[in-house]
Design a protein. Structure first.
Length: 187
């Protein structure tokens, strides 16, 4: 019997804490007055947004993701952008590595096979720095250059609380330079 209420879920890559803190310092220096910056603890790059999932879908997602064998890669976050419709100010790679697109595509396929279609045409790798930014922010004075080793990714649950949204790691998988994958934990 399945008892879990639907959870809002997504696959994402989180840079290491020290890199997130460097990104936040740079963000504060270059755009000190943003009204709605993303808290540093929430920094992530979405690989596939799933929306609400139920328990059978969660189990299937974890099982199928655990069969993936995908390589680790390096990512350089060296460009910024602004989407005026949502007011999203973001940081991302000017040249996304092929392995990043491959990972997002593989997770999109896993999601589709669990009846959770992900719009692949919309994949634009980015880390959201602030939301509902208005007026449009200027260009940063210091160009970003943050190198990240992407050696794992996770399935997150997004929860809305009194103090805003928070993300909880549901399951995490390793990526390896050459062979295979290893599931790190599951809660
Ligand atoms: P973002 O990647 O632009 O920041 C959890 O909600 C994460 O999934 C957020 O990072 C969010 O936006 C991303 N996301 C992608 N598509 C979404 C959608 N249709 N609704 C909500 N969040 C979405």
């Amino acid at each position: 019997m399945y008892t879990l209420t639907p959870m809002r879920a997504f696959f994402a890559f989180k840079p290491k804490p020290e890199i997130c803190l460097n990104i936040e310092s740079w963000r504060r220096l270059n755009w000190p007055l943003l009204a709605r910056p993303v808290p540093v603890a929430n920094y992530h790059m979405t690989l596939a947004f799933l929306g609400d999932i139920n328990e059978p879908q969660l189990e299937a997602l974890i099982d199928k993701t655990s069969t993936l064998e995908l390589p680790s890669f390096k990512l350089t976050l060296d460009t910024t952008g602004f989407w005026s419709k949502t007011g999203i100010l973001w940081l991302g790679p000017s040249t996304p590595p092929a392995a990043l697109n491959q990972l997002a595509q593989a997770l999109g396929s896993v999601a589709s096979s669990c009846q959770l279609p992900v719009a692949r045409s919309q994949f634009k790798p980015h880390l959201t720095l602030a939301r509902r930014v208005n007026p449009p922010p200027g260009a940063p004075l210091q160009l970003p250059e943050f190198s990240c080793a992407c050696s794992s990714f996770a399935l997150f649950e997004s929860s809305q609380g009194k103090h805003g949204v928070s993300y909880h790691t549901v399951a995490e998988w390793a990526l390896h330079p050459s062979a295979g994958k290893r599931q790190l934990n599951q809660s």
